[in-house]
Ligand binder design. Structure first.
Ligand code: UGA
Length: 454
């Protein structure tokens, strides 16, 4: 996996660089990262969101999400005057030569992507777009959506291109400034090149193709990455059955350069705001065009099964016979975010596991460094019913089982000797991230169960 140190913040525009007036619609992790990084590259950016409070906070340099390096690039843009924040899509588009659409495309009722935010944004910018402006679709959208945006805009003088993002939450700024490639889908090649020039400060190949191929590249990339993880999780299950060690198996297969080691870390299953919705959307798009994507369905099934396997580990840890409940069992859970480096709880495998444990009668005490003990707003709704605590110690105290659900680096440094004194006798650590050294946990007097480890 690419590392994420913020080493490239001083990357300078090239001589041929021509600053562009850009508008960004949506100040979520994609839009905010895109806007701030474009300003960092030397462009003039107006970034807009419908949430007035969010815009107010951003104007003060307050970042609403956990995202490494974002505060620095936003602060830089605010102080240089190249980054400003406004309310509403039209404000972003009015003076822009290039407008980036970075709004959510949540999963719709039929498994496909819900395009209502894209369509609304397109309708709002249509009347104010400058003649000859370029509209860039960065949101993940089904094949054919570039055309759909053109239809909503009804502006023949405006070109619409697709420019999928490949930003990981938690390392989005690093990924933006150090891309493996820039993908642009344009019917009109000169429009594609115009956008490509905006990224001239980045040292990355620019692939210009047609819109349908660019849209497919995005889904294929996420689908393939999800497939890698499901594959390694399935291999981990096999390792447990045959008495092999998945760490060594990954080392062995990863040494083959055709395979590589990246994205082969076994875990509790993939989650987050992208893989779950994009993998389902891929199946749906294929079905809409008459292709039964059974392989992708299998990837999703393995992922669902993986989360159940983790809960089964807890049951096994306390010696429960099939069908018996977990009533009275105290389970500490470390980590609620879907992965480390983010406070995002969307489709988090940890939450799926916690709900299942609670439904089975367990008393769950959970700690995550990015979650308050008394959360507010949307987070409070998502976490309703979970007993939140403010430290690893509190989560572990009196627990029979401690589940490591998110790979926060601080969990790797737990004082194991102290942990053993805090937990019940004969307690178990269920390490769904293979974060701890199994031998060290056992040496501290605890039992240990990882994923695919002997
Ligand atoms: C993912 C892609 O990696 C980005 O390239 C893409 O731009 C983004 O979706 C998107 O479509 O917007 P993200 O969801 O932020 O990024 O997170 P990842 O780092 O890809 O992790 C996804 C899930 O896979 C997490 O639950 C993570 O814990 C899990 N994972 C990842 C593993 O279990 N093992 C691994 O080896 C890697």
């Amino acid at each position: 996996m690419r590392a994420g140190p913020m080493s490239d913040l001083h990357l300078l525009p090239q001589d041929s660089f021509a600053p562009v007036c850009a508008g960004v619609v949506g100040a979520g992790y994609v839009g905010l990262t895109t806007g701030a990084c474009l300003a960092h590259l030397g462009h003039h950016v107006v970034c807009a969101d419908i949430d007035e409070e969010r815009v107010e906070r951003l104007r003060r340099g307050e970042i609403p999400i956990v995202e490494e390096g974002l505060a620095e690039v936003v602060a830089e843009g605010l102080s240089s005057g190249r980054l400003t924040f406004e309310v509403g899509a039209a404000a972003a588009a009015a003076d822009a030569d290039v407008v980036f659409l970075c709004v959510p495309t949540p999963q719709g009722a039929d498994g496909g992507a819900d395009l209502r935010y894209i369509e609304t944004a397109a309708a709002q910018i249509a009347p104010v777009l400058k003649a000859g402006a370029l509209v860039v679709n960065k949101s993940t959208v089904p094949v054919g959506s570039t055309r759909a945006v053109e239809d909503v805009l009804e502006r023949p003088d405006v070109a619409v291109v697709s420019n999928p993002e490949f930003l990981r939450e938690g390392t989005a700024v690093y990924d933006f400034l150090n891309p493996d490639r820039v993908v642009i889908g344009a019917d009109d090649r000169s429009a594609g090149e115009r956008l490509g020039d905006m990224y001239a400060g980045l040292n990355a190949p620019v692939i210009i193709t047609d819109p349908a191929s660019a849209e497919t590249i995005k889904y294929a990339a996420n689908g393939f990455l999800a497939m890698k993880i499901s594959f390694v999780n399935a291999i981990a299950a096999m390792c447990e059955a045959v008495g092999a060690n998945v760490d060594d198996v990954v080392e062995g297969i990863g040494a083959d350069q055709r395979i590589g080691k990246a994205f082969l870390k076994p875990g509790p299953g993939w989650g987050g705001s992208c893989f779950p919705k994009d993998s389902r959307a891929l199946v749906k798009i294929a079905a809409d065009y008459g292709y039964d994507f059974t392989m992708m369905k299998g990837v999703i099934d393995v992922n669902d099964e993986q989360k159940r396997r983790m809960v089964a580990k807890v049951r096994r840890a306390v010696g429960l016979a099939p069908g018996r409940g977990l009533k009275g069992t105290v389970v500490g859970v470390l980590g609620l975010a879907f992965k480390a480096g983010t406070d995002d709880l969307r489709d988090s495998p940890s939450l799926t596991m916690v709900s299942s444990l609670i439904a089975g009668g367990a008393r769950v005490r959970a700690f995550d460094p990015t979650v308050d003990v008394a959360p507010e707003g949307a987070k409070a709704t998502v976490l309703a019913g979970i007993e939140l605590v403010g430290s690893v110690r509190e989560a572990a105290t009196g627990a029979k089982v401690l589940v490591i659900a998110t790979e926060w680096p601080e969990f790797a440094k737990i004082d194991l000797a102290e942990l053993a004194t805090l937990m019940q006798t004969d307690a178990v650590v269920v390490d769904t991230r293979n974060l701890l050294d199994a031998a060290a946990v056992r040496a501290a007097g605890l039992r240990y169960d990882g994923v695919g480890r002997r």
